[in-house]
Design a protein around this ligand. Structure first.
Ligand code: ADP
Ligand code: MG
Length: 562
């Protein structure tokens, strides 16, 4: 084929493909336009997975009647005028590509009434060409309807997933913007059914309640950001380790309120939960970074869902620090929820854990009953069921899970000894042979050095057999063979994050007293003393609570003394 300039229609479709690859991206672009127009109410309606119809209605500033046609010209935008503007983008849109791209792949109608104008105007486009226009009454704002998406592009249609999958992508887009803009009232109607509705109260926790449900909303911790230029302001909320999820899909990041995907930010947040979540569990977080537009580049991809930070490592540590600090300050002893005294959704959280984006920060979150990481001095009263230590503190009763508590103590102790290269080792009187599977053998051979750091002295001794000469003192008189096998298995799983942490957790778990083991009073006192010295005594290394606290005032209330 000779070289030829492409037909403008083909060019438009190729370009459109970069912006709108599925119905959810049409929704994203239209919602972004509505937000840029300063709307306080945005409703989204979709039918047939968005292929049949997508309609976004807002009450924003509208488009002046004389500019309606221009909005559909490629690279026509009211948001950027020159190169300097591009350096300091504040709006979500700036490329002037969305409306023409959508019009290239769907039938589009737009009705808009701009601020100060008496009546609205409408514009219809077929194949990107204006096919009708005129006046139409409506209140201030804009409605854009896209019908029969990709009808003329069968290849694209073929790649779409089921209606349910496309709907879930659409719901995700609307949910993300509802989280980024708690002051905007969002509604999403999917085939006539309300899928999401947010109150637009300006409180992030209210949006979280609608998107994730009240249980999660009631367990979110506000980030207390300390803005310090050139670092970003880190605002938002993170879930208490109690409400972890098995997938990574519950992390939302916004940079200057633009929804972005960022592995780097995900790693920063996950790192902050280090030692607080069970292995394989992921946190819930909604985080908005504010930083000068010059510090980032959003113009990387037509979908604008990726950003580049000028100083990525500073951003990484600012986010990790903010999240870690919030978790440390707010990890609390779970309160016993007796009878029906607690509403499902504690009202204190609703009132105070909010407004992370509005410039003010909540000064404290009053739902925290014991806002300290360290424990008060406790007096041991006895043991329950050979599993729990009953203790009294200055403010009521504590029930301590002896195994989980001891795991926490050992976890911190091993970590400390290892960092000081001071692991307690116990030599065996006679070396013991240890047989392993071929897989375990491979691991063991590649991990001698690391295991030695934890106090294991191991040598090869022929076919799949090893000699053990010394062991970490902690597990010497326990089932050390079982511990070692579990260690090798956990190390052999692929894509493991922090092997050293896995070793520490496994050793702490195996070294800890079991549930069902009777403890003497001095033993219980010693364990409680060690707990008091822990940095994070309230959770075991897997993230489970180590204790339950029943405060004096709760007791009084339960006995009807208030
Ligand atoms: P961009 O958002 O990058 O500027 P678009 O193609 O999405 O490009 O929109 C083109 C222009 O149309 C915008 O710059 C804006 O002026 C106008 N516009 C689009 N949608 C709306 C809306 N919902 N309310 C007001 N103006 C809008
Ligand atoms: Mg736009």
């Amino acid at each position: 084929m000779p070289i030829r300039a492409l037909d403008p229609k083909v060019v438009a479709q190729i370009a459109a493909g970069e912006v709108v690859d599925r119905p959810a991206s049409v929704v994203k672009e239209l919602v972004e336009n509505s937000l840029d127009a300063g709307s306080s109410q945005i409703s989204v309606e979709v039918r047939g997975g968005g292929v049949g119809l997508i309609r976004v209605t807002d009450n924003g500033t509208g488009i002046p009647s004389g500019e309606m046609g221009l909005a559909f010209d490629r690279y026509a935008t009211s948001k950027v005028a020159n190169l300097e503007d591009l350096e300091s983008i504040q709006s979500l849109g700036f490329r002037g590509e969305a409306l023409p791209s959508i019009a290239a792949v769907a039938q589009v109608d737009m009705v808009s009434c701009a601020t100060g104008e008496k009546a609205g105007v409408y514009l219809s486009l077929q194949d990107g060409v204006i096919s009708g226009q005129g006046r139409r009454g409506r209140s201030q704002g804009t409605t854009v309807t896209a019908r029969n998406l990709f009808r003329k592009i069968p290849a694209r249609l073929k790649f779409l997933k089921s209606v349910a999958t496309e709907n879930s992508h659409i719901a995700n887009v609307v949910s993300q913007y509802a989280l980024a803009f708690p002051e905007v009232k969002f509604s999403l109607l999917i085939d006539g059914r309300v899928a999401l509705r947010t109150p637009g109260s300006g409180h992030l926790v209210d949006s979280i309640a609608e998107v994730y449900g009240t249980e999660i909303a009631g367990n979110m911790i506000g980030l207390n950001d300390e803005a310090a230029a050139p670092l970003p302001r880190v605002a938002g909320m993170v879930g208490s380790p109690r409400i972890s999820r098995s997938g990574r899909g519950n992390l939302s990041f916004f940079v200057n309120r633009r929804w972005v995907n960022s592995r780097m930010l995900a790693r920063a947040v996950e790192g902050a939960y280090h030692g607080l979540l069970m292995v394989g569990k992921h946190p819930v977080a909604v985080i908005n970074l504010s930083l000068p537009p010059q510090e980032l580049d959003v113009n990387i991809h037509p979908a604008k869902s990726e950003v580049k930070f000028r100083n990525g490592s500073a951003i990484f540590s600012a986010v990790q620090r903010a999240v870690r600090r919030a978790l440390m300050e707010q990890t609390t002893v779970p309160r016993v929820e007796l009878a029906s005294t607690q509403p499902v959704f504690p009202s204190e959280v609703r009132e105070t854990a909010s407004l992370p984006y509005a410039g003010t920060t909540p000064d404290s979150i009053t739902s925290a009953p014991t806002p300290a990481m360290s424990l008060p001095v406790l007096r041991v009263l006895g043991q329950l069921d050979n599993s729990y230590i009953i203790a009294e503190g200055p403010d009521g009763l504590y029930l301590i899970d002896q195994h989980a508590a001891h795991e926490r103590v050992l976890f911190e102790k091993i970590g400390q000894q290892r960092s000081q290269r001071d692991i307690e080792v116990q030599g065996l009187l006679e070396p013991v042979t240890f047989e392993v599977s071929p897989r375990q053998e491979a691991i063991l051979k590649s991990r001698y050095q690391e295991l030695a750091e934890f106090g294991f002295a191991i040598e090869p001794f022929g076919d799949r057999t090893f000699l053990i000469r010394a062991l970490p003192a902690l597990i010497h008189d326990k089932d050390w063979a079982g511990t070692l096998r579990e260690l090798l298995d956990s190390l052999s799983r692929e894509n493991k994050g922090d092997w050293a942490e896995d070793v520490t957790i496994t050793m702490a778990c195996h070294g800890a007293v079991r549930a069902g083991q009777s403890l003497s009073e001095p033993e219980m006192r010693e364990l409680v003393r060690q707990m008091e010295r822990c940095a994070t005594p309230h959770t075991c290394p897997h993230g489970r609570p180590t204790m339950i606290h029943l405060s004096s005032s709760q007791l009084k209330k339960e006995f009807g003394r208030t």
